[in-house]
Design a protein around this ligand. Structure first.
Ligand SMILES: Nc1ncnc2c1ncn2[C@@H]1O[C@H](COP(=O)(O)OP(=O)(O)O)[C@@H](O)[C@H]1O
Ligand SMILES: [Mg+2]
Length: 250
């Protein structure tokens, strides 16, 4: 589904990502782990087009996307959720989700005059889908509540609903469990499993919580100092001495 081939990105003298090759399979949950400054977020920025690699190639569904602008990569089916959620706090939950769908004909004012039926049909189906995703993430009674009034964990769920409404095939999740309580973590893990098993998506997450890694991932890459040091099943990677040293300092 996604492949990085010998990708390098330096910032001045800092080798943030140094000759990294990664491969993510369709309908799998993979994780990138590693200490702060390892290059994990830079990898996400390279994949979704916020950054351009100095060298190497990125292939999405076998097509090169290296150096394309983020909106083009997003329209190929790449979705990204940020650690800080990025909901619109003064808009209601429903409004936040309605904004996510691509290709709204109402964004062109001429369509309101010359193709009102097309605009109405889009808006009706968008509304139906937005409610479906609110239900999917288990926020069914929050439709008219401003996003800013939600708890942090609920805001995370709303961010998932917005992501799903954009209909991506491939989801990049930056620390989806960070800062939420253990019950909510369980809920989010369930959600991620349903997104893959029921909705057929492919997921890559950056994650610090090792219990999360063990519960949901098929494949783990461990990065340090801009390089992939080891990869494999979560059990194998977490048993690796270098991973222990990086995380536990032993
Ligand atoms: N825009 C940038 N400009 C300069 N240095 C950066 C930039 N982004 C990241 N870095 C550096 O690249 C390295 C990797 O950062 P990052 O990908 O954010 O690591 P991680 O997400 O694993 O904590 C760090 O040393 C960081 O300081
Ligand atoms: Mg980071």
């Amino acid at each position: 589904m996604l492949r990085l081939d010998h990708v390098t990105k330096h910032f001045g003298g800092v080798k943030a990502v140094d000759d990294v090759s990664l491969c993510f399979k369709e309908r799998e949950i993979s994780a990138i782990i590693g200490p702060n400054g390892a290059g994990k977020t830079t990898i996400f920025n390279l994949i979704n087009g916020f950054l351009r690699p100095d060298s190497g190639e990125i292939l999405f569904k076998t097509k090169p996307i290296t150096g394309l602008p983020p909106r083009r990569i997003a329209s190929c089916g790449m979705g990204r959720m940020f650690q800080d959620n990025r909901n619109f706090g003064t808009l209601t939950c429903l409004e936040n989700i309605l904004l996510a769908k691509k290709g709204n004909p109402g964004e062109n004012p001429l369509n309101s005059f010359f193709a009102p039926g097309k605009v109405r049909r889009f808006e009706n189906s968008n509304l139906k889908d937005a409610r479906k995703w609110l239900d999917f993430v288990d926020l069914p009674n929050m439709e008219n509540v401003p996003a800013g009034n939600l708890s942090y964990g609920q805001q995370k769920l709303l961010a998932f609903a917005r992501l799903m409404a954009a209909e991506p095939e491939f989801l990049l999740l930056d620390e989806p469990s960070a800062g939420v309580n253990p019950t909510m973590i369980g809920h989010i893990l369930n959600l991620i499993k349903r997104i893959v098993n029921d909705e057929g998506k492919t997921v890559v997450l950056i994650e610090h919580d090792m219990s999360v890694i063990l519960k949901v991932t098929d494949l783990v890459y461990f990065m340090d100092d801009g390089r992939v040091r080891t990869f494999g099943t979560p059990e194998d990677v977490l048993a690796d001495k270098r991973v222990h040293e990086a995380y536990l300092g032993i």
